[in-house]
Write a protein that binds this ligand. Structure first.
Ligand code: ADQ
Length: 212
């Protein structure tokens, strides 16, 4: 998964995922502009396997994280990244199982599909508990992220996970013990996003994991 080569960067003229906009407005009569993106809302789910008392996360290469971690250079008129100098590991993340809401279905149903696709668990809908919703990326993309928590068991494991092959997803399912999850909250050597940090803190505050 970590062999990333031939990285070039170009303009994003027409995307079904993000729509860059320049917003002009007046605030208390003062003219302002802001550059922002219209994005899909999303779901993310903290998964805890009660059979083996492990968290289930996903590890994947995130181009947006990679490109914000490297310097680019123009070669033959093309903006390029030297992948020998900047390894793919710079763009690898540990995340909650997550996905975008790109169809007209309740967020909980989308979470159920993502849990199946990315992690291989068939979780009954009623096991997927809403934690809260929050905003992501206030500066550039202000979408809503719906955060869930679900306890799964080994019996619910019906497939390998790994993401939807038709979408070219390459996702590694990562299991971590409770203590490893606790350490992950402040482990700056790993690329993590705030949803993961929040969900873990929520878990330690709200779930009686000591006797589960
Ligand atoms: N910007 C993009 N450019 C190109 N292809 C794209 C894309 N966004 C999605 N895709 C394509 O759509 C597929 C499905 O994406 P998912 O719904 O699984 O969301 P993802 O896990 O990427 O997280 C997403 O949703 C979660 C929850 O909102 C966010 O945290 C996370 O940033 C977001 O990528 C991806 O594999 C990819 O093929």
């Amino acid at each position: 998964m970590e062999k990333i080569t031939d990285v070039t960067v170009g303009p994003c003229e027409c995307s079904k995922y993000i729509k860059p906009k320049r917003i002009h407005y007046k605030q208390n009569g003062v003219e302002k502009i802001w550059d922002a993106m219209k994005v899909h809302d999303g779901v993310a789910c903290l998964l805890f396997n009660t059979t083996r008392r492990v968290f289930i996360f996903v590890r994947q290469f995130r181009p947006a994280i990679y490109i914000n971690s490297v310097a680019t250079e123009v070669r033959d008129g093309v903006e390029t990244v030297d992948t020998n100098k900047y390894p793919a590991s710079l763009g690898m993340t540990i995340e909650l199982c997550a996905g975008i809401i790109d169809r007209d279905e309740p967020p909980q149903n989308i979470a159920k599909s993502e849990i199946s696709e990315e992690c291989g668990y068939d979780v009954p809908l009623e096991h997927i508990r809403k934690v809260t919703s929050c905003r992501s990326g206030v500066g550039t993309a202000g979408g809503t992220l719906h955060i869930f928590y679900a306890e799964v068991t080994d019996e619910m494991k019906v497939g390998p996970g790994g993401g939807n092959p038709h979408e070219g997803e390459m996702i590694e399912v990562v299991e971590m013990s409770i203590e490893e999850g606790r350490k992950l909250i402040l482990d700056e050597t790993v690329n993590r996003v705030h949803g993961l940090l929040f969900a873990l803190l929520w878990f330690f505050e709200n779930i009686s994991y000591k006797d589960s």
